[in-house]
Design a protein around this ligand. Structure first.
Ligand SMILES: [Zn+2]
Length: 357
């Protein structure tokens, strides 16, 4: 356990739902845990007891990536955990593959001619997912390779691999439902007779929606607040001047109005209480990283690639390197947008950052 994690309180202890089963974490709120084929090896999904259009059933929150193992585990959940009731709708917190991958399959699986099982998601993430599922714009391909090269990733083998990954998103999200129901910041959803409010968050996905239920004192946090790891905050090729880190930190600050004893249901890791402490920890984490980046750029003008050993004190494989590059640019851009660094292209066309004063 890292020193941050040890300070958090996990009310369920070491309990985890077994594959294909669920664990009740609050009245009418059930936890599903599915494996992922990445270094981040699992995702948490949620089943909420619900009534919609007069029908009894369940609302699903998040879906897992599209692959046979996940479909099989869902079928097990349907057969044993739903008390014979249908899935009524699918809420997706954001457009990343582990969250939206199987939304298409789930909605199709549970739609009837009289009752469509609808995807509920922010409009920004819906359209981003649809565009990405038809040909990647942000995780791989020529544009991503050019973007990484402009930030100092010059090794030809790595760039070739980035180019070859044009279909990365579409592989895990082969389709997105043709229709959706829009989630808006501050909007209220009636789920199982209780009100859940949408809280938009920026910096991790285009327009992430967390869900808060005051009556249950529960926050479905998605990826905005995770207990063990810090949320990935990256600049992507499609929005090359973005400052997602400042947006992310401002977004988690909006969660400070929630009660200190809120039960936080994160997409990765275990449910925890101590939301305010975790927000403080995340601020401290990024403040330290920003100081290290500023110090490195003060010694000599640095590119994002130069920041990898500063930010990540371990060897990275290609998949991790591309995530790490996005994060390194995000830290540089936070300092750049704050006026602490300025940037200039060097003779090789690489962005280098140095103190502005
Ligand atoms: Zn995510």
């Amino acid at each position: 356990m890292n020193p941050f994690e040890i300070q958090l309180h996990y009310p369920l202890g070491e309990q985890l739902p077994t594959p294909g089963a669920t664990l009740e974490v609050a009245p009418g709120v059930r936890w599903i845990r599915m494996g992922l084929p990445f270094a981040l090896d699992h995702i948490n999904l949620w089943l909420l007891r619900d009534t919609l259009d007069g029908r009894e059933g369940w609302t699903v929150v998040d879906c897992c990536v599209s692959r046979d193992e996940a479909k099989a585990q869902w079928e097990q959940v349907f057969a044993t955990q739903l008390q014979g009731l249908p899935v009524l709708r699918v809420i997706v917190t954001h457009m990343h593959p582990d969250h939206i991958g199987l939304a298409h399959w789930l909605c199709e699986r549970w739609s009837t001619p009289a009752h469509p099982c609808r995807l509920w998601i922010s409009a920004t993430d819906y359209y981003t997912a649809r565009i990405n599922s038809r040909g990647d714009i942000s995780f791989g391909g020529e544009d991503a390779a050019r973007f990484f090269a402009s930030h100092g990733l010059t090794d030809p083998a790595s760039l070739d691999q980035v180019r070859a990954r044009g279909g990365y998103y579409a592989n895990m999200v082969p389709a997105v439902p043709d229709h959706f129901h829009r989630l808006l910041d501050g909007g209220a959803l009636e789920i199982g007779g209780r009100t859940w409010r949408c809280i938009a968050g920026y910096g991790h996905a285009p327009e992430h929606m967390a869900l808060h239920c005051e009556a249950l004192n529960v926050l479905i946090a998605g990826d905005m607040v995770l207990p063990r790891i810090s949320t990935n905050v990256s600049v992507h090729a499609v929005e090359p001047e973005a400052d997602p880190l400042s947006a992310f930190l401002a977004s988690i600050d909006r969660l400070r109005v929630l009660p200190p004893d809120t039960l936080v249901l994160p997409s990765h890791g275990k449910p925890f209480v101590s939301l305010h402490l975790r927000i403080d920890q995340l601020h401290a984490h990024h403040r330290d990283r920003l100081e290290e980046v500023l110090a490195a750029c003060t010694q000599r003008p640095g590119s994002a690639a130069d920041m990898l050993p500063v930010l990540f004190k371990r060897a990275l494989d290609l998949h991790q390197t591309t995530f790490a590059m996005g994060e390194a640019v995000a830290h540089l851009h936070a300092l750049w947008h704050a006026g602490k660094l300025r940037r200039q292209r060097d003779a090789a066309g690489v962005w280098r950052f140095e103190p502005s004063a």
